[in-house]
Design a protein around this ligand. Structure first.
Ligand code: MN
Length: 260
């Protein structure tokens, strides 16, 4: 198989970045790097409890993670074809991401690394991509053997299918639910909204001092005119300055706690 080195443009990650704010999510914002385009590489499956529970299936391609959202997750049964919606490419660093996505952010909820390993293409990736059929081996903790991704009529609609081999299982087989990184499952994660409420409640128990804002506008000392500047001072050592026209600005500084 010929392998071509080509730089993957970071523009590939524009859709990913457009959906996220670096200031409010812990998710990575990495760059796409250049790799051997026919080499396969890393694969990761993340389980993601956002508005809907789903799995995100990602294959390293051209230096970024090509990604599909799989509502029901992978099935080890070849008869059980799983719908997979092609979504935006993710940065390579996303393969390590596990934890909370704070409320208000895109995909807010929890993510665990459900499986991870390497994938080996069994057909030419570029050609397979064009034709809409990727055949590959997975070497993960949970997912093994031969798998296929097949594109349907729409560009974004694919099927993830376990190919028949020694590693295929029956319809009743269930994969373990825990993270291959931490051993945690999504069931161990608190609901982010109630976690924030819980935190606010426990802080109240310690009766933190209430912030006092000075709502009354202080009266500024006004400049007065005098024919003889020396008369304006009733104490030695005072200095004076010219009164320039402009705006008066009052500022008040105090400690502020933000709970989210
Ligand atoms: Mn997701």
């Amino acid at each position: 198989m010929p392998s071509r080195k080509r730089p993957a443009s970071s523009a590939r990650l524009d859709r990913y970045r457009d959906k996220r704010r670096a200031s409010s999510t812990a998710e990575p914002f990495g760059s796409a790097t250049s790799i051997e385009s026919n080499a396969g590489g890393l694969f990761v499956v993340q389980q993601h409890r956002a508005r809907h529970l789903h799995f995100d299936f990602r294959l390293e391609m051209d230096g970024a993670l090509r990604s599909w959202a799989v509502p029901k997750g992978p099935s080890a049964d070849p008869a059980d074809k799983r719908f997979a919606a092609l979504v935006e490419d993710h940065p390579m660093e996303y393969a390590d991401f596990e934890g909370a996505i704070a409320p208000g952010n895109y995909g807010a909820g929890y993510v665990i690394v459900w499986d991870r390993g390497t994938w080996t293409p069994l057909n030419d990736i570029a050609e397979g991509w064009r034709k809409g059929k990727l055949l590959f081996d997975l070497h993960g903790h949970k997912l093994h053997g031969r798998w296929t991704l097949i594109r349907m009529k729409k560009d974004t609609e694919w099927l993830l299918i376990k190919e028949r081999d020694d590693l295929a299982r029956g319809a009743d087989y269930r994969f373990p639910e825990d993270s291959v990184l931490s051993g945690l499952s999504l069931a161990d994660m608190p609901d982010p909204a109630s976690a924030a409420k819980q935190l606010a409640k426990s802080i109240k128990r310690y009766a933190p001092p209430k912030l006092k804002e000075n709502r009354e506008t202080p009266t500024p000392m006004l400049a007065s005119s005098s024919a003889n500047p020396g008369e304006a001072f009733d104490r030695k050592g005072w200095i004076f300055e010219f009164k320039y026209d402009g705006y008066r600005l009052f500022a008040e500084k105090s400690a502020v706690f933000t709970l989210f």
